[in-house]
Write a protein that binds this ligand. Structure first.
Ligand code: G1P
Length: 291
């Protein structure tokens, strides 16, 4: 059985982006005019997923509205033929795929958020895509993990080398190199200090899990920050079955980080014909003033 379902946890409070996240979900932060979660959903679809569960919480209604029909807006746009392309764009978003929403009632952490999807996933392998990262590559990152899953029929985590300063923000793995870009997971530690980190390879927020992860989540106690950590459940799963770590190909933007967010906006703007020229001119002007 291959991977057809994905869970996108989007219930976090977004404290790194306060004050704006006081009243809007961090997943809706725009990369120019497209919210971050749109890229994440598109990555899942481009990877062959056709059933998406978004785990939401209080004050996350904007996510549901974004992927829903917008009858008033559509009626307004339909009145003017000049808006044909806008109408098509708006309608395409609400017909992307089946999206289901499950609310996490209390902010008990990422592990608990994934556990909320148990009844919908049932006994299937599934992908998890955290809503902060945008990853650009011809073969989507989640597809790369699914391909690895299809070879080994084991859970797979996407990893990337992170800087010393960022080690304490990630789940850091200890892995036995197997072949190009592939490791057998030996251990994973949630947000270690630099001294305790088993390597510099961080889990970046893309996973494929066998359904046994749910039983592990049921047996996971509160960990770092008093939350049910997905990383702790991965450790339990690792004691039962092989898990692989895959150094994915692609450019990752951590849009949950202010600098990563800016980089994403600038790079995406440079890719758009109607913005590229003016933006380059503006940036040259800035550099000229600083020199
Ligand atoms: C979560 C995970 C962590 C992972 C990270 C990737 O942490 O708990 O293991 O490395 O996502 O972004 P968070 O960023 O939610 O604090």
């Amino acid at each position: 059985m291959t991977v057809k379902k994905a869970v996108i946890p989007a219930a976090g409070l977004g404290t790194r982006f306060l004050p704006v996240t006081k009243s809007m979900p961090k997943e809706m932060l725009p990369i120019i005019d497209v919210p971050v979660i749109h890229y994440v959903v598109k990555e899942a679809l481009a990877s062959g997923i056709d059933d998406i569960i978004i785990i939401t919480g209080r004050s996350k209604r904007a996510i549901e509205d974004y992927f829903d029909d917008a009858p008033e807006l559509e009626m307004h746009l339909a009145k003017n033929p000049k808006n044909k392309h806008l109408l098509a764009m708006v309608q395409e978003i609400s017909s992307l795929c089946d999206i289901h929403y499950i609310r996490q009632k209390e902010p008990l952490g990422l592990g608990d958020a994934v556990l909320r999807a148990e009844k919908h996933i049932c006994d299937e392998p599934f992908a998890v895509l955290l809503g902060d990262d945008i990853i650009k590559n011809d073969t989507p990152c989640t597809r790369q993990l699914i391909d690895t899953y299809n070879r080994y029929r084991c859970s797979v985590l996407a990893v990337e080398e992170v800087s010393d300063a960022m080690v304490s923000s990630y789940g850091i793995i200890k892995g036995k190199p197997l072949e190009d870009a592939l490791y057998l997971l030996e251990d994973i530690v949630e947000k270690p200090t630099i001294e305790d980190a088993p390597s510099r390879m961080g889990a970046i927020g893309r996973y494929v899990f066998t359904p046994e992860i749910f039983d592990c989540l049921h047996h996971t106690n509160r960990g770092v920050g008093g939350e049910i950590q997905l990383t702790d459940a991965i450790r339990l799963l690792n004691a039962r079955q092989n898990i692989y770590a895959y150094e994915f190909s692609g450019r990752r933007y951590d849009t949950g980080d202010r600098m990563g967010y800016l980089e994403a906006i600038i790079d995406m703007a440079l890719e758009q014909d109607d913005l590229r020229g003016e933006l380059l001119e503006y940036m040259r002007g800035i550099v000229g003033r600083l020199e």
